[in-house]
Design a protein around this ligand. Structure first.
Ligand code: MG
Length: 459
């Protein structure tokens, strides 16, 4: 046995080594965390046909959404957040690519069986993040195409499915829940048909929580496009017959609980300060469904419409330490902004070879003083038609022929600052504004594509 003195020296050396090793581990750990902080986790919760008023924090008188409300209290509420289409598929195409739908090959709702889908020339947010080491998952309703074979066919033909578009895993229904045969798919394989819809939200939530837990030590992107509250509505047993707003309320309250479960998972895993969570909807409420549809009050109209109810979504974002708690953003922010904004946060390279219509809105998100929308104009496209344009607080409904000064319909101008419900057409009082916004719409069509204006009466 070595002497006590040697032992003491060895002891001190080993102690020093241990301290050094500890310091090194601490530094490495800090560096690793700092590296992760450079690559924040991103969770996008995207509901289907939820109206502007259908959250507690957006004024719903009956639907209880304590988890999303708390998310708003801990983050930022967006009063002027726009999707790029008033229907499902093109809205999703724009969200995931940062481009107006007309650039993505998806301007209308896709129906099965379908051969087309989101243009393979465009890169999805998942494809943009993957090279940086992100784990990626799509859980829910895809609706951006399946493949040249029906879903359940050979995987090599499923070129439009999520697993071919940058997502490591997919679980959900590949299109709307009112379309047949409505399978549940894992990857590209049908595992259930038709889908048992009353347990879908619960199963999505379990898959989402499992994905977050499995990837807690690396950056991840979770895209969670809920099937609900698109009709036919279905809620889990725990939530059924609970809301004073009926089944629609039950469905929203279940989505709220799902959001709560995801936020709790992030909190339990210590991921709060490096995770951006976005909650929004794909388009306005399906008003013709009556009590089974949502509510866009105080906005005009809903799904299918280029009035505000079709495009303006109840939106909340949360990232403790980065997004100021309890803040409200009244600037115009677009779903298309998420691609360049998240790419900017992650340090990802944006696609080359085509234009993005979204802009990096980090200054707005971070609540920097004086931060403004980067958009001079937003274009409300319905299919291939640019039907309306917003610039500042002014919004103009445009008709074809307007570029020649001969619109085939009565142009409508609204000041959204004083008339959020688009009730009072003030076009006659502001010909200069009509002229300026018409010019923006003409330039928009020239830049983005499509046809100018609502179809008017043929002469
Ligand atoms: Mg929808």
């Amino acid at each position: 046995m070595a002497s006590a003195r040697m032992d003491r020296r060895q002891f001190l050396a080993s102690l020093g080594g241990a301290v050094a090793a500890g310091v090194t581990a601490a530094v490495l750990g800090r560096d690793a965390r700092a590296g992760q902080a450079d690559k924040p986790n991103v969770v996008i919760i995207f509901t289907d046909d939820q109206g502007y008023q259908d959250l507690g924090c957006f004024g719903s008188p009956q639907i209880r959404t304590p988890h999303v409300d708390r998310m708003a209290a801990e983050g930022m509420k967006f009063t002027d957040f726009y999707v790029a289409a008033p229907v499902c598929s093109p809205s999703r195409a724009a969200l995931l690519t940062g481009c107006y739908p007309i650039r993505t090959g998806v301007t209308a709702v896709l129906f099965p069986p379908q051969k087309g889908g989101l243009s393979l020339e465009k890169r999805t947010l998942a494809e943009i993040l993957k090279p940086l080491g992100y784990a990626t998952a799509c859980i829910g309703k895809w609706h951006l195409g399946t493949g040249t074979q029906a879903v359940g066919g050979l995987p090599q033909h499923a070129e439009f499915m999520p697993t071919s578009r940058g997502f490591d895993m997919y679980f959900g229904i590949p299109y709307s829940n009112d379309m047949k045969p409505c399978p549940v798919v894992r990857g590209t394989e049908v595992i259930e048909e038709p889908a048992k819809q009353d347990t879908l939200t619960q199963r999505y939530t379990e898959e989402a929580v499992r994905f977050i837990r499995a990837n807690k030590d690396r950056p991840f992107f979770l895209y969670l496009p809920h099937t609900m509250p698109h009709v036919p509505l279905a809620a889990g047993e725990t939530f059924r017959d609970k809301s004073p707003r009926g089944l629609y309320g039950d469905v929203i309250e279940e989505i709220d609980a799902s959001t709560g479960a995801i936020l709790k998972t992030l909190r339990d895993l210590g991921l709060d300060d490096r995770t951006l969570v976005v909650f929004t909807s794909d388009n306005g409420p399906w008003l013709s469904k009556g009590k089974n549809g949502g509510c866009a009050k105080p906005l005009r109209d809903g799904k299918f419409s280029t009035y505000e109810g079709g495009f303006r979504m109840p939106t909340v974002m949360r990232w403790p330490g980065r997004i100021p708690a309890g803040s409200v953003c009244r600037e115009m922010v677009l779903s298309m902004d998420l691609v360049p904004t998240v790419a900017g946060l992650a340090g990802a390279t944006l696609p080359t070879g085509y234009d993005l219509d979204g802009r990096d809105v980090r200054p707005v998100l971070e609540g920097r003083p004086g931060a403004k929308t980067p958009h001079e104009a937003f274009f409300y496209y319905k299919g291939n038609r640019l039907e309306a344009v917003r610039s500042g607080t002014w919004k103009l409904i445009v008709f074809e022929g307007a570029e020649k000064g001969q619109p085939r319909g009565t142009m409508e101008l609204y000041d959204l600052a004083t008339d959020i419900g688009e009730e009072k057409n003030v076009a006659d009082a502001h010909p200069d504004v009509v002229q300026r916004l018409t010019a923006l719409a003409v330039a928009g069509v020239a830049r983005v594509g499509g046809n100018l204006g609502r179809a008017g009466k043929k002469k």
